[in-house]
Design a binder for this molecule. Structure first.
Ligand code: FAD
Length: 401
């Protein structure tokens, strides 16, 4: 099962990390994922295992106790984990985005305070842009932070907060008018606030309520919640980077690496769907032979494997571009778009190969079928990716006539 999705040019450390993660996924995640998912149960033991492997600190610099690995290593680990169960990759994804934002944009005091504990998985990160009335249109955010003395007072309602219940540090994007007079462009009047809280539901800090888990069609186990701020008081030193008005750029930077990560998830889920499809096709017989011997099914397998390869190559390219220090919004947008679309198609083909059994909850493909659509939406829908890709292409290929 190792012919597909190979990555050339990895060093010994990367290969060792990936082999350890794959082993963990095969032994500790795949055997229990479907049962836990059907019960919508948080995978506590798996999370403890990830902590022991050091995955919560994979990209956090060594000086803060992390492994200091590249985005590529991280994305390849995410691919392996999503192959086992996409929800588990969701548990580390928001943590990774917040750690990345702190590393890139935090003050020294913020880095010293949070990164060492984040590397151990003691502090767990979530990020919150979306509101009930908006997701794609981040510039329309209405949650507000108003300065009062040495504090900011936050009010507003947030939506779709992955790890909202289990996290203890939430990066919340709000509008903040202080220093940004009426009429300032929306993206220049936003601030990321670092909100510390207790894990759990209800009033987790004075002025901050996490109402409960949103009941979802898939992506179960991991908690997705609302977040309500009602005169929530935040010390001024919890403005990410120490300066207001930079929140939009900070979040977009975080989401850009998040997009590589969503692409990696698409690759992992598609790989698992291919594995399930190719295995079932050799066991199920119709008209006197295994269905894999019918050309129509072989063609499906060929298309699925080609998509797995193509998505993996684009995801690796996007991660390497970012690691090289170059802007990767075009590559990340393309990788996220292609990998999530291909993932949905590969999963659907594997489902079709399973015939009626694919509809039974006893078969793993049923879970994948409910999980794949989330990748079409999270970290920017296909339409938003195409807008980013289109704009960048017009910058690159400006008409010179
Ligand atoms: C399970 C789950 C977890 C999530 N986790 C998080 C999280 O941790 N943090 C967070 O902040 N958010 C999170 N989100 C929110 C997610 O980022 C948004 O759902 C997503 O960005 C889409 O926003 P929306 O749902 O408001 O759809 P809308 O923005 O209302 O879009 C609706 C439709 O219109 C299309 N559309 C919108 N604008 C345009 C346009 N200009 N041109 C063409 N088409 C357009 C969209 O592509 C989509 O098809 C999560 C969502 C889900 C489902």
């Amino acid at each position: 099962m190792t012919r597909l999705a190979q990555t050339a040019g990895l060093n010994d450390i990367q290969r060792e990390i990936l082999s350890t993660v794959r082993d963990f996924v095969d032994k500790e995640i795949i055997p229990v994922a479907t049962q836990l998912e059907h019960r919508d149960e948080y995978p506590t033991e798996i999370v403890e295992g990830l902590k022991e492997l050091g995955l919560f600190g994979l990209m956090i610099p060594e000086e803060y106790g992390g492994l200091g690995e590249s985005l590529l290593t991280y994305a390849l680990c995410v691919e392996e984990i999503a192959r086992g169960w996409m929800s588990v990759s969701g548990i580390i994804n928001t943590h990774f985005i917040v750690a990345y934002m702190l590393k890139q944009h935090g003050t020294q005091e913020q880095k010293d305070t949070f990164l060492p504990r984040m590397a151990l998985g003691e502090v767990r990160g979530a990020f919150s842009m979306s509101e009930p009335a908006l997701g794609s249109d981040v510039s329309a955010i209405s949650s507000k932070g108003v300065k009062e003395g040495d504090e900011y007072v936050l009010n507003g309602q947030k939506m779709w907060l992955t790890n909202g219940g289990t996290s203890t540090l939430v990066a919340v994007l709000c509008r903040s008018d202080e220093g940004h007079p009426e009429g300032t462009a929306p993206h220049k009047s936003m601030t990321t606030f670092l909100v510390e809280k207790e894990p759990g539901f209800g009033e987790v800090r004075p002025g901050l309520t996490i109402p409960g888990k949103i009941d979802k069609m898939g992506y179960k186990g991991v908690d997705t919640t609302e977040l309500i701020m009602d005169d929530l008081r935040i010390p001024a030193n919890r403005v990410l980077g120490g300066t207001t008005g930079r929140g939009f750029y900070q979040m977009m930077d975080g989401v850009e690496v998040g997009r590589v990560n969503v692409a990696a998830r698409g690759c992992g889920v598609a790989q698992r769907a291919f594995e399930l499809g190719v295995s079932y096709a050799q066991q199920r017989h119709t008209f006197g032979k295994p269905i894999a011997q019918h050309q129509a099914i072989q063609f499906k397998l060929a298309e699925m494997a080609t998509k797995v390869e193509a998505a993996h190559a684009m995801m690796v390219n996007a991660a390497r571009k970012k690691d090289s220090g170059e802007r990767n919004d075009l590559e990340a947008g393309m990788a996220k778009y292609l990998a999530s679309e291909y993932c949905k198609e590969v999963v659907e083909d594997a489902f079709r190969i399973h015939g009626g059994y694919g509809f039974s909850k006893e078969y793993e493909i049923e879970r994948l079928y409910r999980e794949a659509p989330m990748l079409l939406i999270g970290e920017g829908t296909a339409e938003i990716q195409k807008m980013i890709i289109g704009r960048r292409l017009l910058e690159e290929y400006r008409f010179q006539g």
